[in-house]
Write a protein that binds this ligand. Structure first.
Ligand SMILES: NC(=O)c1ccc[n+]([C@@H]2O[C@H](COP(=O)([O-])OP(=O)(O)OC[C@H]3O[C@@H](n4cnc5c(N)ncnc54)[C@H](OP(=O)(O)O)[C@@H]3O)[C@@H](O)[C@H]2O)c1
Length: 265
């Protein structure tokens, strides 16, 4: 159940744009459309179109830090993103804040090679590895997940971008409470006043749904395997590490704040 982005064009980037704006720093919102909600400034940028790579630096030659959401759906994002990172370094960018995921190990599939590459550059960097977002689809696992609100991810990204000293490390990002999908559905039911059920998918059903979105079977298998790990307690374990940042926004607050969207449906 996904409410609309609140500013900017991505869930986390939109919230981050508001924080940066409030702090009075200049910034650009890069996306394929090149547009951004007022009062933000947008610039056209497409990971799959090298003719757009210079656009942000033409729009603002002083860019020195970048919040990076890699394109989704690739078994290895590095070849897509690497040319832009090299260009950014040549244009004077000093700091990267990369969004990956709890289960995205450095060097592993999906965003792992990109993580490893960013960490190897000698530039300042932070890799933020959130657990499942509040608002993500309810999938096949039965484990508990410390669901995190995009506002908490944006806050961590802001801190990493503007800290006087870069961490040059990666952090797990989790929310303050653990939920199974059934418990999350029960909370929706309580607050919306109508029955919201969690449909338990089989792994095969989940795999087929991911592929119906256009994902390759290999990439869909990586995502489905991640859900299998949740059942074994993978996400719960990220709550208790010495490199975990814990957000403050609860699922209850999120549903309360957005309930008009679902009550109307
Ligand atoms: N959802 C979860 O539960 C979860 C959990 C852990 C980690 N993550 C990670 O979170 C990241 C997604 O973050 P998010 O939810 O904030 O993003 P999002 O809402 O999915 O937005 C994706 C952004 O990427 C832009 N984009 C898409 N394709 C592009 C392209 N070819 N060139 C340039 N820009 C492009 C989109 O802008 P336009 O469409 O306007 O171009 C949009 O701004 C992913 O890396 C995912 O692995 C998600």
């Amino acid at each position: 159940m996904e409410p609309p982005c609140r500013g900017g064009t991505s869930k986390t980037g939109g919230r981050l744009a508001k924080l940066i704006h409030a702090a009075g720093h200049p910034f650009l919102v890069a996306s394929r459309s090149g547009t951004a909600p007022e009062p933000f400034k947008g610039v056209k940028f497409d990971w799959t179109d090298s003719s757009t790579f210079e656009n942000p630096f033409k729009a603002d030659p002083k860019i020195d830090r970048i919040y990076l959401i890699a394109p989704a759906g690739y078994l290895d994002s590095l070849p897509i993103v690497q040319p832009s990172i090299k260009l950014a370094l040549s244009k004077g960018v000093k700091r990267f804040v990369l969004l990956t995921a709890t289960l995205s190990e450095p060097g592993g599939p999906g965003l792992g090679k990109l993580h490893e590459y960013i960490a190897s550059l000698g530039a300042e960097y932070t890799v933020l590895r959130p657990t499942w977002f509040i608002g993500a689809e309810l999938r096949h696992s039965n484990g508990k997940i410390p669901l995190i609100e995009a506002d908490d991810i944006a806050k961590a990204a802001f801190d990493a971008l503007y800290a006087e000293k870069s961490s040059n490390a990666d952090y797990y990002l989790v929310g303050p409470e653990l939920y199974t999908y059934d418990e999350a559905a029960a909370l929706f039911t309580e607050i919306l006043g109508r029955k919201i059920a969690h449909k338990h998918l089989t792994e095969e059903e989940e795999l087929a749904i991911y592929q119906s979105f256009g994902l390759s079977k290999d990439y869909a298998s990586v995502l489905t395997a991640g859900e299998g790990l949740v059942t074994k307690g993978s996400e719960e374990a990220f709550v208790r590490t010495n490199k975990t940042i814990t957000g403050t926004h609860t699922l209850r607050q999120f549903i309360e704040a957005n309930k008009q969207i679902w009550i109307k449906q």
